[in-house]
Design a protein around this ligand. Structure first.
Ligand code: ADP
Ligand code: MG
Length: 583
């Protein structure tokens, strides 16, 4: 079972320490159990002062005590019983504290491993993860997995106890013990189908939970059009169906656990009744011996049953663990490839040289050249699907050309430190996703290196400072969920301020104004025109307003087809085309 194997591999020392504590606790319990037979034999005799009963009636503890020259009196035996139970209690507490600690650590490490693997994965991997799935992994799957660790350790503790009971019983009657063990194995074998059912139900349950969470996030992301068209009932039907499937899987889990308990109790009672009949009616064993055998073997069977029940819980949680492990493994497999270490600067410009790129079968670029000079304002145009965003992906290093190079100041991106390169870029996406936090946080994203002065400068540059200042609380004003309390234009300007606050060398806008009204767009164009020359700007836009303020317009569809006239020195004031390369 992968879960248990992984845990043992991850925490070898803790596992050994827990095992030792459990074994010691078991030994202490064995001691107090072993005192039971002599104690009962003495107690059932003629009173505390009577001569000692025969050797057979005293069991192994009687032998040990005599060999150690201790008189096995009722008082001593009772003290031993209580001492054994006390020591066992303390050791069990220690073992359980260790288990709890390790389980909490295991959960924390799993969460961290998942978050790190995701953040280090390629952008396209990240983008294809359903949000709900990640949420389920981070919460319920981690919880189930660390719970399963506790269950696995409980199973181990119960197994050790069962073996101790077996050892004590063995010292009294090996025939009875072997028969009891065989019966226990038979009972567990008979009921193992219930563990299989539970394991399957656990997997289904986890898959349904992921499904429901993914659906719910999908619905949340498109709630406005859905409500606007009175289509909530469709979402409701979808969620209800998913929820009902989840309920069925949960019911199977509960039923299989209850059935296991009932079946075990029934079968164990049968085994014990048969055993007692054999021992008393057929073999004529003394009553105290039978009583102790029933006590020890009965507890042994009960503990074996608990091992199986704990194992069933581990089996239920296995689905959650496997799903979580798959999420982590997939993210690790999609890690961004390690790249070069050279420092980028962007003093001369960005070039695409003979770039070939395809998404699977779809060839987007087959040998494309493009020159973007530092300090220039370039607008990429062209019909949807012609490769504008793909071109940006290549410049950002999210994708690598199959042939050819993307170079920064003549140095290919492959040999540059791509994270340093990206730290020089300000990026404004089409969809404005503000976080439910203050304006300040939305601009800095929590970067401690940025202060209020940087934020004010960026907001001024983005032309939204006056708006922010008039908000209640100013920079500390909390924008609504996804920025719902601000207008589209204001939100987009805050996104521009976020891009500008780190003083980027390159500003990238991917259809940043396509969802804005004319006035907002004009205002943003004014902002960009004012920034022109200070930094390199690369924008995707369909709007003529952009062509008017840019130095160059690239028709990406023509560029991709290798047609002439793809690049025109349009609009603007000829800045950046004069051959000068402003820094
Ligand atoms: P644009 O931004 O110009 O609208 P894109 O660069 O997004 O176009 O897409 C160019 C082509 O590549 C399209 O045919 C699109 O279907 C395809 N494409 C884009 N992204 C992916 C992707 N992640 N996986 C597969 N194909 C993609
Ligand atoms: Mg696009």
């Amino acid at each position: 079972m992968r879960l248990i194997g992984d845990i043992l591999r991850r925490y070898p020392w803790q596992s050994v320490a827990m095992l030792v504590a459990l074994l010691a606790a078991g030994a202490a319990e064995g001691l107090s159990l072993g005192s039971l037979l002599p104690m009962l034999s003495i107690a059932s005799g003629a009173g505390a002062d009577a001569p000692l009963p025969a050797r057979e009636a005293m069991g192994f503890m009687g032998d040990w005590l005599r060999r150690a020259d201790w008189q096995p009196t009722l008082g001593l035996l009772l003290v031993l019983i209580v001492a054994g139970i006390t020591v066992k209690g303390v050791l069990m507490l220690v073992a359980q504290a260790m288990v709890g600690n390790t389980a909490a650590r295991f959960a924390a490490e799993l969460r961290l491993a998942m978050l790190r693997a995701l953040l280090a994965s390629r952008l396209d991997h990240f983008l294809h993860q359903p949000l709900g799935r990640l949420g389920t992994a981070l919460t319920s799957e981690v919880q189930s997995t660390s719970g399963a660790f506790v269950n696995a350790m409980n199973a181990l503790a119960f197994l050790i106890q069962a073996l101790i009971y077996a050892a004590v019983a063995l010292a009294i009657s090996w025939q009875a013990t072997l028969t009891g063990l065989a019966a226990g194995v038979l009972v567990i074998g008979t009921t193992s189908a219930l563990v299989r059912i539970a394991r399957h139900a656990g997997r289904t349950h986890n898959a349904r939970l992921r499904g429901l969470a993914s659906r719910l996030t999908d619905v949340l992301l498109s709630v406005r059009p859905m409500k606007a068209m009175a289509q909530e009932s469709l979402a409701d039907a979808l969620l209800v169906a998913e929820n009902r499937r989840l309920q069925r899987a949960q019911r199977r889990q509960v039923l299989s656990a209850a059935a296991l308990t009932a079946a075990q109790e029934e079968l164990f009672a049968l085994v014990i009744a048969l055993g007692m009949y054999l021992a008393i009616a057929r073999l004529g064993m003394p009553f105290t011996t039978v009583l102790v055998l029933v006590l020890t073997l009965g507890r042994m069977l009960a503990q074996l049953g608990k091992v199986q029940k704990e194992y069933q819980k581990v089996a239920i949680a296995e689905g959650a663990y496997l799903a979580l492990a798959a999420t982590i493994d997939e993210a690790r497999a999609a890690a961004e490839p390690p790249r070069g270490t050279r420092e980028p600067a962007l003093r001369e410009g960005i070039r695409l040289e003979g770039v070939h790129f395809a998404w699977g079968e779809r060839v987007v670029f087959a040998g494309v050249d493009l020159d973007i000079r530092a300090g220039s304002f370039t607008t990429l145009m062209g019909p949807s699907g012609c490769g504008k965003s793909t071109l940006l992906d290549l410049v950002l290093g999210f994708q690598q050309p199959a042939a050819g190079h993307v170079t920064i100041d003549g140095v290919t991106l492959e040999t540059l430190d791509v994270r340093r390169w990206r730290s020089m870029i300000g990026y404004v996406p089409q969809e404005t996703l503000l976080l439910h936090d203050t304006v300040l946080y939305n601009v800095t994203l929590g970067d401690p290196a940025l202060g209020a002065a940087d934020v004010e400068r960026a907001l001024r540059q983005a032309g939204v400072w006056d708006v922010v200042r008039s908000l209640p609380g100013g920079l500390e004003h909390v924008v609504g969920e996804r920025g719902g309390k601000l207008s589209g234009g204001q939100r987009q300007r805050i996104m521009i301020a976020r891009a500008l606050v780190r003083r980027p060398r390159l500003l990238v806008l991917d259809e940043a104004t396509s969802s804005l009204d004319q006035d907002s767009e004009d205002a943003i164009c004014d902002t960009l025109a004012a920034l022109r020359g200070e930094l390199t700007i690369l924008a995707i836009s369909h709007r003529p307003a952009f062509a008017a303020i840019s130095d160059r317009v690239v028709q990406v569809d023509r560029l991709a087809r290798g047609e002439p006239g793809a690049v025109s020195d349009a609009g603007g004031n000829g800045y950046g085309n004069s051959g000068s390369t402003p820094a």
